[in-house]
Design a protein around this ligand. Structure first.
Ligand SMILES: [Zn+2]
Length: 221
């Protein structure tokens, strides 16, 4: 009897995989289906079960097996082969479905000493709520509620952006640096950045920033 697993229990929530490259490749690859369709289909001899699985996937990875290849990486004792092999466990097709890749560097002593206080979570939450309200309004009557749910095809036709705004993406596609799926995903992030900015629609800067999130060093596309 199939039962809902971690992906379905994370429905409408966050699925966090710490040390993601340490997970079994089959487990990692099985995330592709729910990431694409928001559900998991489990086929057994006794029948087929469908479970909802629309979650926010967060993967954390060290830059290398020993975890020290950050900054200048002088403490790291891993061979370049070991480093490549470690990160290649996160396959291209899986990473193609990861929109934001952020390199987190260790906090320096100077940063620790600096007394600047970060923006309070409350303020950020308010901005996010506003951005979601804008999306709900734009998508009213479509059955979708957030940019994440809009199919790429619709995004490219109904909310088509001027060529001048998407030129960088078209060039990246021509050069083989961006897949068709990746193109749509960059568009979704660009719309979200525009909504967070209170802009009516994405500008060249929003598209550039969204694309930049996909090509962070170490885990290049
Ligand atoms: Zn290392």
């Amino acid at each position: 009897m199939p039962r809902p697993g971690a992906a379905s229990r994370a429905h409408r929530g966050v699925l966090f995989l710490d040390e993601a490259p340490e997970f079994n490749t089959r487990v990692l690859e099985s995330l592709r289906q729910p990431l694409e369709h928001g559900e998991l289909v489990i086929a057994r001899a006794s029948g087929t079960a469908r479970y909802p699985a629309r979650f926010q996937l967060v993967l954390a990875a060290n830059p290398c097996p020993c975890g020290n290849a950050v900054g200048k990486g002088i403490e790291c004792r891993c061979s370049s082969l070991a480093r490549r092999r470690y990160l290649s466990r996160l396959s291209g097709p899986l990473l193609d479905r990861v929109d934001l890749r952020v390199e987190v560097l260790p906090v320096t002593r100077a940063e620790m000493a600096a007394s600047t206080s970060p923006e309070p979570t409350k303020v950020v939450a308010c901005r996010v709520a506003q951005a979601r309200a804008v999306q709900r309004e734009r998508l009213a009557g479509t059955g979708w509620h957030s940019n994440a749910e809009v199919p790429g095809r619709e995004l490219r036709s109904r909310w088509r952006l001027p060529r001048s705004v998407t030129a960088e993406l078209e060039l990246a596609m021509d050069r083989g640096n961006l897949t068709a799926r990746g193109y749509d995903r960059v568009l979704r992030v660009a719309w979200t950045l525009a909504d967070l900015d209170g802009a009516g629609s994405p500008t060249v800067d929003h598209v550039g920033l969204a694309f930049g999130f996909r090509v962070t060093s170490g885990l290049a596309a």
